[in-house]
Write a protein that binds this ligand. Structure first.
Ligand code: 5AD
Ligand code: SF4
Length: 537
C-alpha cells in the first residue's frame, strides 16, 4: 500500500514492495564521530562541530532509553500558550510547507505543527520555492519510506544553497532513530533543525534557536514526555477530522519500530477527548477517526479507573456527529464490551480494520503478536456475528525471516477463510534495533516478491467479489471532494469505507448523499446520486 492508501484517501488496497534485497547497510560509519569537535558542553546543551558545521544538541535519540517502560506518571499539561513572546508574529509575511510521510498519526501531528506555525503568523504553501520553513514529517516503518525521505533531503540541498535563510527541518519517526540523526549530522549539513515525536510542542522554541543561531539544532527526546493538551491545530479539512485518543505502543511486535519511535502507551483523559469531539460536532465536521497505534489498549494506563475503548465509544455514540471510525486495532485487546458497543451502530460505522499480519501461528509467535490463527479467526467470527454488515480489512506482512512456502500458504488460506474486504500488504522490512532484525533470513527477495504478488492477486479477487455485492444497491456516501483522477467526478466513502465515484454538483462536497451503485470495480464503486434514501448498505 502507499501513503495515500494508508491515509484512507484512495482505493482500497495494497501494493508495497520494498528494497530489502540491497546489501545490508553498514550504519557504523554514522557513529564515527572522530571528526567531530566538542566546542562547548553545558548541562542541557552541547555544541559540536562536524566538517565546519556547528550543531547544538539539546537531546539526542537513545534506543535503550526509548525502549524502557518506566512506571513514572504521565502528566497532562495545559499550557496557555506554546509560543514564546519573541516568536509571536515572527512568521508574518512568511510561508511554511510541511511534507508528511506515513500514517494518520503523522498527518495529525502535521496539523498540530501547522497550528503552531499559524500562531506565529506563517501561512501555508505547497511550493518549496515559496517556503521560508520546510518540515519533513517522516515515517520509519519500512526502509522504502526512509529512502524516500533521504531522497527529498538531498533535493532540498539545492534550494538551501540558493536561499540560505530557508529553514529545513526533519521531524517525525525517523528523527527518533539514532542512525538517522547521526547520518544527518554527518552527511546532510544543510538541515537546520531535527526534532522528534515527543517534543512537537517545542517547535516554536526550537525554530527560534534555528532562526537566530547559525547551528543545526537537534532536540530529540528518547523518552516520551507528558500529554500536551491545548495544542493549536490547523485541521486539513472541514468534513473529516482526526482525534488522538492515545499515544505510543507497548506491544513490541518483533518487526516493528513504532514502540521505539512513539514511546510507551499514554491515554488522553476521556473528558478531553469528548470535549474535542463535541467541539468538532459543533463546527460541523461529519466524520471523526479516533487515532492511536493500538487503540484497543486505550485506558489501560489511566490511574484509578476502569475505562476502555468500549466505554469511550459508548459515550461518543451519543454525540451528534454522523460518523465515527477508529484505527488501529490489535486483536489481543479487542474485548467483548467493545464489540457490544459497536453493534449499536448509529454513528459507529460498520468497518473494522484488524491487522492480522500472518496466517500461520508459528510466525505469529515469532512476531510476538500474542494470538494464534485460531484465536484471530474466532474473534473475527464473533465481530461478524455481532455486526453482520461490517466490512473487514487487515494488514499482512509477507517474507518474515524464514517464512516457508507452507506457512505463506496459510496466509492465503486465512484470506480465503475470512474474506477480507481489502488488505494492506507489505514485504517484511528489517528495522535496525528491533528483535526481528537480528533473525537470520534465508528467503530470497525474488521469493518474497513472488509471494506478495500471489497474495495481492488473491486479495484483489476477493475485494472485487465483495464489491459486486454492492451492484445496484443504494449506499450512504460522505462526499470528500473531487476525484483525484477527474475533477468533474466527485468521490466519497460509504460507512464501510468503500470509495465511491459519481457525478454531482460540487455543492454536495462535505455532505452525506445517497448513491445507487451502477458499476462495481476492484477498488472502487461508480454510481449516480438518487433522491430517496432507501439505503441498502
Ligand atoms: N516491515 C513490513 N511491514 C511492517 N509493518 C510494520 N512494521 C513493518 C516492517 N518492519 C506493517 C504492519 C503494520 C503496518 C502499519 O505496517 O503490517 O500493521
Ligand atoms: Fe507496531 Fe502495531 Fe505491533 Fe505496536 S501493535 S508494535 S504499532 S505492529
Amino acid at each position: 500500500m502507499n501513503e495515500d492508501q494508508r491515509l484512507g484517501r484512495l482505493g482500497n488496497t495494497q501494493e508495497s514492495t520494498d528494497s530489502t534485497d540491497k546489501p545490508k547497510k553498514d550504519y557504523s560509519k554514522y557513529f564515527d564521530f572522530t571528526n567531530a569537535k566538542v566546542i562547548s558542553e553545558e548541562e542541557n546543551k552541547k555544541i559540536i562541530r562536524i566538517a565546519g558545521r556547528e550543531i547544538s544538541i539539546y537531546d539526542q535519540p537513545d534506543y535503550k532509553q526509548g525502549k524502557r517502560r518506566g512506571k513514572e506518571d504521565v502528566q497532562v499539561l495545559r499550557p496557555d500558550s506554546l509560543i514564546p513572546e519573541e516568536m509571536k508574529g515572527i512568521g508574518n509575511g512568511k510561508k511554511y510547507l510541511i511534507r508528511t510521510y506515513g500514517c494518520q498519526m503523522n498527518t495529525h501531528d502535521s496539523e498540530n505543527m501547522a497550528g503552531l506555525l499559524a500562531e506565529m503568523g506563517f501561512e501555508p504553501t505547497e511550493e518549496t520555492t515559496e517556503a521560508d520553513v520546510i518540515l519533513l514529517n517522516t515515517c520509519a516503518i519500512r526502509e522504502n519510506a526512509e529512502n524516500k525521505v533521504f531522497g527529498e533531503i538531498g533535493h532540498l540541498k539545492t534550494l538551501k544553497v540558493e536561499r540560505p535563510e530557508l529553514i529545513v527541518g526533519v521531524c517525525g519517526c525517523m528523527s527518533q532513530e539514532e542512525n538517522v540523526v547521526n547520518r544527518i549530522m554527518q552527511k546532510h549539513q544543510h538541515i537546520d533543525l531535527i526534532f522528534g515525536t515527543h517534543n512537537i510542542h517545542r517547535l516554536p522554541e526550537l525554530l527560534k534557536n534555528a532562526l537566530y543561531g547559525k547551528e543545526m539544532v537537534v532536540e530529540v527526546w528518547s523518552k516520551e514526555g507528558d500529554i500536551v493538551e491545548n495544542m493549536p491545530r490547523a485541521r486539513q479539512g472541514k468534513t473529516l477530522a482526526w482525534v488522538n485518543i492515545m499515544y505510543g505502543c507497548d506491544k513490541f511486535c518483533t518487526y516493528c519500530i513504532v514502540p521505539y519511535t512513539r514511546g510507551k502507551e499514554r491515554s488522553r483523559l476521556p473528558e478531553d477527548i469528548i470535549a474535542e469531539v463535541r467541539d468538532l460536532a459543533r463546527k460541523g465536521y461529519k466524520e471523526i477517526t479516533l487515532l492511536g497505534q493500538n487503540v484497543n489498549a486505550y485506558g489501560k494506563d489511566l490511574e484509578g479507573v476502569k475505562y476502555g475503548l468500549g466505554d469511550l465509544m459508548d459515550e461518543i455514540h451519543k454525540i451528534d456527529i454522523p460518523r465515527v471510525r477508529f484505527t488501529t486495532s490489535h486483536p489481543r485487546d479487542f474485548d467483548d464490551h467493545l464489540i457490544q458497543v459497536l453493534s449499536k451502530g448509529g454513528n459507529l460505522v460498520e468497518h473494522i480494520h484488524l491487522p492480522v499480519q500472518h496466517g500461520n501461528s508459528e510466525i505469529l509467535k515469532l512476531m510476538a503478536r500474542k494470538y494464534t490463527r485460531e484465536q484471530y479467526v474466532e474473534l473475527a467470527h464473533k465481530i461478524k456475528m455481532a455486526i453482520p454488515n461490517a466490512s473487514f480489512t487487515t494488514d499482512i506482512i509477507v517474507g518474515f525471516p524464514n517464512e516457508t512456502e507452507e506457512q505463506f500458504e496459510e496466509t492465503l488460506s486465512l484470506i480465503r477463510e475470512i474474506e477480507f474486504d481489502s488488505a494492506f500488504t507489505y514485504i517484511y522490512s528489517p528495522r535496525e534495533g528491533t528483535p526481528a532484525a537480528k533473525m537470520k533470513d534465508n528467503v530470497p527477495m525474488e521469493v518474497k516478491r513472488e509471494r506478495l504478488g500471489r497474495l495481492n492477486t488473491l486479495v484483489n479477487e476477493i475485494s472485487a467479489k465483495k464489491n459486486l455485492e454492492y451492484q445496484d444497491q443504494i449506499v450512504e456516501v460522505l462526499v470528500e471532494g473531487e476525484s483525484k483522477k477527474n475533477p468533474d467526478v466527485l468521490a466519497g466513502r460509504t460507512r464501510t469505507n468503500r470509495l465511491v465515484n459519481f457525478r454531482a454538483p460540487k455543492s454536495v462536497i462535505g455532505e452525506i448523499v445517497y448513491i445507487k451503485v451502477t458499476e462495481a470495480k476492484t477498488w472502487s464503486l461508480n454510481g449516480e446520486m438518487v433522491e430517496t434514501a432507501e439505503v441498502n448498505r
